[in-house]
Design a protein around this ligand. Structure first.
Ligand code: WTA
Length: 651
């Protein structure tokens, strides 16, 4: 609640600059019209966008088929994502983009590649033929486990060309996490690289694939990109080099004419249980959503260089590094490595070097740069920037103001975009030519999106009261389900309120109807903008033979937003030492990945529980944050447990 109160005191507001509005893709008038159209008849509004912004092989017969909670968009329509992202920029009315940069890529060591639309089209067609020659058929899932190199985008687009849904696993996930996702998706092929560059060194990926595949036997083929030239073992008959396969591949490959509801990709994300959910997105609706929002929110122009710093392994990278930008014929930039290598000014030097005009990043990165000092951005020419965006977590007004002043030099509008893996594309956001911004608020729902805040009874919360963020009408980019688990899909998102999507975030609206997002209300933590389930970390911890029980909570952190705190009770006789903490951290890294490693581990004999045996996380959250427990402790089994946990603070 204190967060809500402090945000409520935020009264600063920034009106769109008339000069920006004048040139905006969506100016005030357009936005007003679209808001009205979207409110009156959202399917009709989205159908107009689908027609104006995409190329369809066959028009749809019905815009929306809504049998809650299952939606089908553009029923009967046929299209191809790679055709929309590539072919229409190299032939026909869009052919002026043939030799325009589609991807500007910079590797961490400083090597660069600029790939034109014609070249990207050729590479994608070749790799689509490779996929076919290696036995991948329409509908078969392909797992991508790769660094941030152009081949990742090429592989994604090649999958879409033949209708093979991809499932990208972020390169920071461990072999175990990779194996889970391969098994759950039932993938026969994995595409990977020997490794990638991070913090000045090559990290291994192929090795993790080998480890993962030693635990499952469903994968028949592994295609390996040579990136770092580190030593790898190639298993005969299973593993093949990307460059060998590409050598003779034909650059001609007709795009598959896919049904609008054909599965486009699966992306795993954390939920409130230990098992990640495979979020399923399909073709026509998703592409309509990301193409339209990209054009409107990022105000993209043909001359722009656009840079979204997200890794493609997360939804932001899918929607706003690859599909949204390329479907619009934009130049999208990709950077392989960490933000501060070799020095704290790498990002700012990249903006100056490539003349980046539109920059989209996460609050956690902004907070890191604030701490590193203004001299680093100030040392570079950032005058090319004209628009800034943020995503992934609530941005605190101080960080927003720093971004506005130090990076945007008070010239650039900021779009704070709220959305989720499940929503596919941006849902609540400012529109740079039309909506006044307030630091810390994601402002208003995108036209055609019906977002609201409900109280526990399912009534619209009355400002200034907060509540739970919901979406009342289906939207084109919405998830179509959880892979292989329709029951969990219903329970997770559609059981709180009738026929209404439950996002899992707390929020409130101010008098102007602006949304202020407070963050997750379930057992999902947002660590540097990445979702990690407390249950996932707990199951990783208890899988260690010396751990009897574990409870994991988040505590506020100035840089990462939330930090992971684990309360662990070791089995009797285990030495609760710092060394054991290191062991447990390494164990979690192995089970999930380094991003899930607890910032803090506290050993305890017992965990506070209710009489029915449920761990009282609310209390642990207070203990972790160093707060006195404010909540009701009347059901607490053993008060002394709490007192002891406080004492353990000292370590
Ligand atoms: C949080 C990332 C506040 C939110 C695109 C959501 C945000 C979760 C914002 C989804 C924002 C994302 N302001 N919170 N602008 N954007 N979130 O699936 O808690 O990785 O539920 O998708 O991030 O994370 P995900």
């Amino acid at each position: 609640m204190s967060d809500i109160e402090s945000l409520l005191k935020e009264t600063r507001s920034f009106k769109p600059d008339p000069a920006f509005s004048k040139q905006a893709n969506w100016n005030k008038k357009t936005v007003a019209e679209f808001r009205k159209a979207g409110a009156q008849n959202s399917p009709r509004f989205w159908a107009k966008q689908a027609k104006d912004n995409l190329t369809w092989f066959t028009p749809w017969k019905k815009v929306l088929d809504w049998k809650p909670p299952f939606a089908k968009w553009f029923v009967g329509g046929k299209l191809n994502v790679s055709y929309n992202c590539l072919d229409r920029h190299v032939e026909g009315p869009g052919a002026h983009r043939r030799n325009k940069a589609a991807i500007i890529w910079e590797g961490e060591p400083g090597d660069t590649r600029v790939i034109t639309y014609a070249e990207l089209h050729r590479e994608v067609c070749k790799f689509a033929n490779v996929l076919k020659s290696q036995g991948v058929k329409k509908g078969e899932r392909v797992v991508l486990y790769m660094p941030m190199i152009p081949e990742l985008a090429i592989a994604m687009l090649a999958c879409t060309r033949i209708g093979a849904p991809h499932s990208i696993v972020f390169g920071g996930f461990s072999a175990d996490a990779l194996r889970d996702r391969i098994d759950d998706a039932g993938a026969k092929m994995v595409i990977t690289a020997d490794g990638g560059f991070r913090k000045g060194a090559g990290f291994p990926l192929k090795k993790a694939v080998d480890d993962a595949l030693s635990m499952t036997d469903i994968v028949e083929k592994v295609i390996v990109v040579e990136r770092t030239k580190q030593d790898v073992t190639m298993k005969a008959g299973r593993d093949v080099w990307w460059h060998d396969l590409m050598e003779d591949a034909s650059p001609k490959c007709a795009p598959a004419k896919l049904d609008s509801e054909h599965p486009l990709f699966i992306l795993y994300t954390s939920g409130s249980t230990g098992k990640p959910k495979g979020i399923l997105h399909t073709t026509g609706g998703y592409l309509t959503h990301v193409t339209t929002t990209f054009k409107a929110i990022f105000d993209i122009k043909d001359e722009d260089v656009y840079w979204c710093t997200a890794d493609i392994g997360w939804i932001t990278g899918h929607s706003y590094v690859v599909y949204g930008p390329l479907a619009n014929g934009a130049t999208t930039m990709m950077y392989e490595g960490v933000p501060v290598h070799p020095g704290p000014d790498r990002w700012w030097s990249l903006i100056a070097k490539w003349g980046v005009n539109i920059f989209y990043t996460a609050p956690t990165a902004i907070r890191t740069f604030i701490r590193l000092g203004d001299e680093h951005p100030n040392a570079h020419d950032l005058s090319s920037l004209r628009l800034l965006g943020t995503v992934g977590e609530p941005i605190n007004p101080e960080a927003w103001m720093w971004y506005h002043k130090v990076i945007g030099k008070k010239r650039c509008p900021i779009v704070d975009t709220w959305w989720q893996t499940e929503t596919g594309g941006i849902m609540i956001t400012s529109l740079p030519g039309a909506v006044a911004t307030k630091p810390g608020s994601a402002t208003l729902a995108f036209p055609g999106i019906d977002a609201e805040i409900y109280d526990d009874d399912g009534e619209v919360a009355k400002p200034p009261n907060g509540g739970l963020l919901v979406v009342r009408k289906p939207w084109p980019g919405m998830l179509r389900g959880i892979w292989g688990d329709p029951k969990r899909y219903k329970e997770q998102y559609w059981s709180q309120y009738k026929d209404t999507y439950f996002a899992g975030d707390g929020a409130h609206r101010d008098k102007q109807g602006y949304f202020w997002i407070m963050g997750r209300i379930d057992d999902v933590m947002n660590i540097s903008g990445h979702r990690i389930g407390t249950m996932e970390v707990e199951s990783a911890l208890v899988s260690h033979h010396d751990v009897a029980e574990a409870a994991v909570v988040g505590r506020p952190d100035d840089i990462t937003g939330t930090a992971i705190v684990a309360f662990v009770s070791p089995v009797g006789g285990t030495d609760a030492s710092d060394k054991f903490k290191d062991t447990l951290r390494a164990h979690v890294s192995k089970e999930i990945g380094a991003i899930a490693r607890p910032a803090e581990i506290r050993f305890t004999d017992a965990l506070p529980k209710t009489r029915s045996g449920k761990i009282m996380r609310r209390l642990l959250r207070d203990v972790a944050a160093g707060k006195e427990s404010s909540g009701d402790t009347s059901t607490l089994e053993d008060f002394s447990v709490l007192a002891k946990l406080r004492e353990s603070d000292e370590d």
